[in-house]
Design a protein. Structure first.
Length: 308
């Protein structure tokens, strides 16, 4: 989609009102099932983790429980780590990678760290394979006080009593071709702005926090993931998605200013992963594996780092 092809909803230059949001909702068909893909795998882990229902959503008669899994032997003397996925519902490996980590690798860290995982923060978006929630709101720009996103505010409420315990927060995402074909054009239309086409990077990259870069930590994750899938190169301007590359495969955003998920814990180490599932060089299992490798590398680095 280009500037010459207006988004099919709304009037160019005018932000959406409720009529446009209703028109958008009518196009969002359920394409997969949270209660079939996600919930059974989380229930199957009930013998290993405490299951926490940290919120409930109801959109137009459809109800969703928001699940987190936490270490059964939570020990306040140990650091805590938060793993989140599915903040953008269409980013499949964020959800599946978080679950695969819990199933296959989390036991490796027992007794060393308190784990808290919310594998599918946005189940309505997961089912519609959409970035936004039912209200056409991006949860990953809504992690702030008085959030307009029920998904974001529920996760904030879950995390808030544990502030001060978190050493690490890793948020699992994807950058897909549909970012340019659908989601960025939709964003421009929703906000009454002009859509400016961009480039989708071919490969994995990380987004760190402008005010807390922790570049050796980021690079340790890149090195681990590079054994699973390829890392996105910079474009001709030395950028990835319009941001200067700080070091191999790493860019930065001001996470708190943007209302992004990793800003909520106050953790020393934070990062956002970005897998590229549409690459001809990556399979779905590689994408899930890249997320698992990223979580493990993040934990390994954070737990080995000197305190303070």
């Amino acid at each position: 989609m280009t500037q010459a092809t207006p988004y099919p909803i709304g009037t160019p230059g005018l932000p959406w009102e409720e009529a446009e949001r209703n028109e958008w909702r009518a196009l969002q068909a359920r394409r997969r099932r949270y209660d079939q893909d996600v919930e059974p795998r989380l229930r199957a882990l009930a013998d290993r983790f405490e299951t926490v229902v940290y919120g409930r959503l109801e959109y137009n008669g459809e109800a969703y429980a928001l699940y987190a899994l936490r270490s059964r032997d939570w020990n306040a003397s140990l650091p805590a780590a938060l793993v989140t996925g599915g903040v953008h519902g269409y980013e499949t490996s964020g959800v599946m990678g978080a679950i695969e980590f819990l199933e296959k690798r989390a036991a490796d860290y027992a007794g060393r760290v308190n784990l808290l995982a919310a594998p599918c923060v946005n189940p309505w978006g997961y089912e519609r394979i959409n970035r936004w929630n039912y209200d056409a709101i991006d949860p990953n720009r809504s992690f702030r006080a008085d959030s307009p996103s029920h998904e974001a505010s529920a996760l904030i409420d879950l995390v808030t009593p544990l502030i001060g315990q978190f050493l690490l927060h890793i948020d699992l995402h994807e950058t897909t071709d549909s970012d340019e074909s659908e989601f960025r054009p939709a964003l421009a239309a929703r906000d009454g702005k002009v859509y400016e086409p961009g480039l989708i990077p071919d490969g994995f990259y990380l987004v760190t926090d402008t005010v807390n870069r922790q570049l050796p930590f980021q690079q340790a994750i890149i090195e681990a993931v590079e054994r699973v899938t390829h890392i996105a190169p910079p474009d001709e301007a030395g950028e990835i998605i319009g941001c200067p590359v700080l070091t191999h495969g790493v860019i930065e955003y001001p996470l708190k200013d943007y209302g992004m998920c990793p800003s909520i814990t106050g953790a020393r180490y934070t990062t956002t992963t970005e897998v590229y599932p549409d690459s001809p060089r990556a399979t779905p299992q590689q994408c899930n594996g890249a997320q698992v490798a990223a979580v493990c590398a993040a934990l390994d680095y954070a737990l080995a780092a000197p305190a303070g």
